[in-house]
Write a protein that binds this ligand. Sequence first.
Ligand code: ADP
Ligand code: GLC
Length: 500
Amino acid sequence: MNEAMKVWFLSSEVEPFAKTGGLADVAGSLPRALHGFGVDVRVGLPYYRSIRDQNIFATQIVAGLEVPLGDLVLPCKVQETQTKEGIRVYLFEREDLFDRPHLYGNAEGDYYDNLERFSFFCRGAILFAKRIGFSFDVVHCHDWQTGLVPAYIKSIYRNDPFFSNTASVFTIHNIGYQGLFPGAKLDTCGIPSWEFHPDGIEYWGNISLLKAGLVYSDLITTVSPTYSEEIQTPEFGLGMEGVLKKRAQDLRGILNGADYSVWDPARDPHIVSPYQPETMEGKKKNKFALIEEMGLKPLFKVQPVLGMISRLSSQKGCDLLVEILDELVKLDVGLVILGSGEEKYESMLVDLSQRHRGSMAVRIGFDDPLAHRIVAGADMLLVPSMYEPCGLTQMYALRYGTVPVVRATGGLDDTIVEFDPVENKGNGFKFGPYEAKPFLTAIRRAIDVFKDGEPWQRLMQNGMKEDFSWDRAAREYLELYESVLTRKREGGKRESQSAF
Ligand code: ADP
Ligand code: GLC
């Protein structure tokens, strides 16, 4: 029997350990699915304060891993824990870098030393694998925080035999976060100066850790087929389109999955009444409970309740939402919003909810159980994103019979099909241009179907039948890992033949 493929899976957030958004969901679920296919996948992330506070069972397995950072060599402790499926998770501990209230920054902005923090994590992760003899076949890195890993392997560890048969895969979850730092800080991350040029780690005089991932990895993926096309254009590439066009042959879009062991209305511990397609009474109970919890008027028991769960940023369409809110409330719909993020959106939404008390409720903060209650209790879920690499909440909503109203972009476009009541096809409502009017019109179309009664029931059933489980995506990743390894082996053979 072949030995299991070994994958070193590195992410700055992983559910259930640390989460600010969908990256954590993916980094929690994809390893689980890969493990199910027999892959020896091990996960690495920093040991943040929030993890320490969870009091999980972890054992320190390395006490003084020496990690170079600029002119210094800093010791790193590594703790090992296991998920309930038996996946090994390694936590990189360094109090002065990771023992902080947040993952990336606070209300004033990003932490000033994020370059140090994530250089340390990336370098530590590589050295640790070597130290424990985890000779991984593939290192799978996610977003800018891990972009230095492929860069280290291709530069300072280029001739290290430990890494000579390894391939790196870099996944873009959001091209809007580019890990930009002043060029003068190149020494801090330890990338040699000859890599500082436009085809290397340099981005207009700065260092971009995202670009490092894009340039030095063997293969690039992103989280939906449509987004993989979009990011090769100036509108969505946000300055990285040139790099991506150059690497178009090595770029794939693999749609994320939804983890139905976490998001399933039949066995969701956070909701008041479980339900499934055959027993939809439970959905009503969740709706009534949500109305009560959020202080919405009882009238909304028979009118549509719209939910939104989101980081509050311009990416997520907060401007559009604010623009249509007064009109929306006139349509006699209830609105429940859970989010946190940019201060200006937080305060605008709170002000609006005070103005529309009883029709609109806003909760600022990160509250996972409440997110589940909203997905279960709302009739519709709004996702009006300006851009959306994949988007997970619309997939979760479908499983809960909550109808998504989305903008046709990225993964939202790949997962949501406009409902056609005559043909009984489709699972939600979409609008094209990033403008208030089409958004409002799409909501109106949804409300009309809601009022028709019977077609709405069919629409909910269509959504609940969708299957976006992780197995499909994990299979695609496995094929991709295999193809990149084959390519590497063949490339290696060619190189050694040409040496003679
Ligand atoms: P993104 O990663 O861009 O934020 P996704 O739709 O991929 O968007 O994933 C968002 C994830 O974060 C989902 O699991 C969603 O439920 C969760 N989420 C977002 N905001 C909140 C919040 N304020 N409280 C709880 N969960 C949230
Ligand atoms: C990012 C994207 C989101 C995607 C998530 C997981 O945060 O904004 O669209 O679903 O990553 O890949």
